[in-house]
Design a protein around this ligand. Structure first.
Ligand SMILES: Cc1cc2nc3c(=O)[nH]c(=O)nc-3n(C[C@H](O)[C@H](O)[C@H](O)COP(=O)(O)O)c2cc1C
Length: 350
């Protein structure tokens, strides 16, 4: 049904216009308590066998929505009501900024992929913090992904991230330092260990100082050389980070300028996950993202050592019930394998 609606209607409209409409609809849903609770009861993962605990946070199921959809933390409850086990909001920057000129979001329908060069369009950390501090009507785990304000020079990046962290670590269930988006000039240079060390150490100090100690993760690019993946992994362990999110979009493609996501990213994302697992074992929580389309992909990531899995492009092509469907299928798979909990699958083939 969704495939038909997508093929006949949605793909004829500008991708970003459809995106904004969806965010608005989900924000409305988030403000409709009865409907939100009804949908949450019907679609959210409720099977105890799917529960996962990572860095002290309880997730109702392993599959969450990756950063970039709910950039301003406007509709996380609506997204959770559709069946996602967590929602990563952002990327949020310390100062509000408009992002790149449009068009900046392109569908590659035949490839099950998307190219975007959004450039962290968002209303800034203060606005997001206000939204996040409102009480929630349905349970939802919210990760907050922070990035550098575009006009801030690289030399002042640490202070800029720290400003975001001060506002956003307190209301976040976990915090993510994003140094891997390709659409802010110079951002990915921050993945070099010499620059990443002081950045992560400074943000960690802020995250550690919240009453609950907010867990801290770093999100990396698929285009890092293997040795650089290893170096970031070693650094994350050394600094006592909680986890790594791998991966962001890739710039290795021949299309429009921007980051490519979806099916073409699948193989490299899995490869980076396997490399990370081999390097850090279970000392860090690994969150796998990139080209996840169906239950087989989620299962494969869990077996390879991911505790949590995220998707974004798969949801665009899979339809609104995508996460709910995958969680239901995961429930059946856990039982078929004679497992009591999905956590038994994590790292089995690693
Ligand atoms: C339109 C769009 C916007 C995105 N914006 C962000 C962002 O702001 N911050 C971020 O860390 N990742 C962002 N991403 C990357 C996703 O979070 C994810 O890492 C990537 O798309 C790979 O997952 P997928 O293949 O399931 O889409 C964005 C992706 C898309 C498609």
């Amino acid at each position: 049904m969704y495939r038909l609606v997508f093929a006949q209607v949605l793909r004829r409209f500008d991708a970003e216009a459809v995106h904004h409409l969806t965010v608005r609809a989900l924000a409305l849903l988030a403000r409709a308590p009865m409907l939100k609770r009804l949908l949450h009861r019907a679609l959210a993962p409720h099977d105890p066998a799917l529960r996962v605990t990572a860095f002290g946070v309880h997730f109702p199921g392993p599959l969450g929505l990756a950063a970039g959809f709910d950039k301003d933390a406007a509709c996380a409850e609506g997204i959770a009501a559709l069946g996602f086990g967590h929602v990563e909001v952002g990327t949020i920057t310390a100062r509000a900024q408009p992002g790149n000129p449009r068009p900046r979001l392109f569908r590659l329908v035949r490839e099950y992929a998307v190219i975007n060069r959004m450039g962290f369009n968002n209303a800034g950390a203060a606005a997001a913090a206000r939204r996040l501090s409102r009480t929630r009507g349905v349970p939802v785990v919210i990760g907050v992904n922070i990035g550098k304000t575009k006009v801030v020079p690289e030399a002042e990046a640490v202070a800029d991230y720290v400003a975001s962290a001060r506002r956003l670590a307190p209301p976040a269930d976990y915090l993510v330092v994003n140094v891997s988006s390709p659409n802010t000039p110079g951002l990915r240079n921050l993945q070099a260990v010499s620059l990443l060390r002081p950045l992560l150490a400074a943000v960690k100090e802020v995250a550690d100082a919240t009453p609950r100690r907010t867990p801290l993760l770093v999100k990396i690019a698929p285009d890092l050389a293997d040795e650089d993946v290893d170096a970031v992994a070693d650094l994350a362990v050394e600094l006592g980070l909680d986890g790594i999110i791998a991966t962001n979009t890739t710039i290795r493609h021949g299309g429009e300028t921007g980051g490519l996501s979806g099916r073409p990213l699948k193989a490299r994302s899995l490869e980076v996950l396997r490399r990370l697992r081999a390097k850090v074992g279970d000392r860090l929580t690994l969150v796998s993202v990139g080209g996840v389309e169906d239950v087989d992909d989620v299962w494969e990531r869990l077996l390879a050592g991911a505790t949590l899995v995220q998707g974004y492009t798969g949801w665009i092509y899979g339809g609104p019930l995508w996460a709910s469907r995958i969680h239901r299928q995961l429930s059946r798979r856990v039982r078929r394998h004679g497992m009591k909990s999905i956590t038994e699958a994590i790292g089995r083939t690693a």
